[in-house]
Design a protein around this ligand. Structure first.
Ligand SMILES: Nc1ncnc2c1ncn2[C@@H]1O[C@H](COP(=O)(O)OP(=O)(O)OP(=O)(O)O)[C@@H](O)[C@H]1O
Ligand SMILES: [Mg+2]
Length: 271
């Protein structure tokens, strides 16, 4: 939120959009991948990936297992390096290391399949930890913000518990609150519901839908096609390390263009 040149600086306006930094500059893509290539040894996992995600856009990434969906997500906050090509967040190339990289990670929230909460810390501490250590926020202030976010995802009553005392769905909502606490510009979700019991899937998807409606920029790898139809602005279909299709949900589901996408949809939709 550095060089904001907006003249609408009334406190009430600032309060209304706290989770969506950067939203008011709609023209520049927030995430931009250009000619991205990645190998794991001999395995060519990302092949000439070109992708832009606009501010406030919800992109859903689907495709068969091993097609490179997770790897692509992980390159965006530089959990994986790339061999060549260019990745930019809000116009800036990804930093290589150090403080800049830590800042980038704070701008790009990520929620994985496994919940990754700190097992020996309370729910509240899980959310306040980075606020205090990385953002140097006062403890009281951090706790207030954390409680607000926990309330948004419906688990504020669990604040003093340990992660193991929560259901998977609750833990995953805490993980989302923890990522949101850093005020990310974009949220990456990598199959956030696939480790959950079926009855807990919707409580997490509901939080994601709400976030989408609030205008958060989101990249979501998911097999939840109901969510994709409801929340996605655009679907990207990957196979064998390539983006084979990019379309609106209606077009993608009703009129898949490639045999790979038709095959994928016939398998996933008949389950
Ligand atoms: N760290 C790694 N070292 C070597 N190979 C890897 C590594 N991570 C992923 N791969 C391989 O890269 C390919 C793409 O993996 P990736 O996890 O990105 O696929 P995916 O589309 O997310 O699959 P899934 O739907 O099963 O999660 C796979 O063949 C995988 O085995
Ligand atoms: Mg994956």
């Amino acid at each position: 939120m550095r060089s904001r040149t907006t003249s609408t600086t009334s406190p009430s306006k600032a309060k209304l959009t706290p989770l969506v930094p950067g939203k008011e500059d709609p023209n520049r893509p927030l995430v931009e991948l250009t000619h991205v290539e990645k190998h794991f040894g001999a395995l060519h996992v990302l092949k000439d990936i070109n992708l832009t995600v606009a501010k406030g856009e919800v992109l859903v990434v689907v495709g068969p297992s091993g097609s490179g969906k997770s790897t692509m997500c992980r390159t965006i906050n530089r959990l994986e390096t790339i061999d060549s090509g260019d990745i930019r967040i809000d116009g800036k190339p990804l930093p290589q290391e150090g403080k800049e990289l830590a800042n980038l990670r704070a701008e790009v929230g990520m929620v994985f399949q496994s919940f990754n909460l700190f097992a020996n810390k309370t729910i509240l501490e899980n959310v306040t930890l980075a606020l205090i250590k990385v953002r140097h926020m006062d403890k009281k202030e951090a706790e207030q913000l954390a409680m607000d976010l926990l309330a948004r995802v419906g688990v504020d009553s669990q604040a003093s518990k340990m992660p193991s005392q929560l259901s998977g769905g609750q833990q995953q909502r805490v993980a989302i609150a923890r990522a949101l606490a850093m005020r990310p510009k974009v949220m990456l979700f990598d199959e956030p519901t696939s480790a959950l019991d079926p009855e807990m899937v919707n409580e997490v998807l509901d939080v994601m839908v709400e976030l989408a409606h609030e205008g958060m920029t989101m990249i979501c790898v998911t097999h939840e096609m109901g969510f994709a139809r409801k929340a996605a602005d655009r679907i990207v279909f990957m196979a064998d390390g390539q983006i084979l299709e990019e379309n609106t949900p209606d077009e993608f589901f009703e009129h898949p263009q490639t045999d790979r996408a038709k095959d994928f949809l016939s398998k996933i939709l008949t389950h």
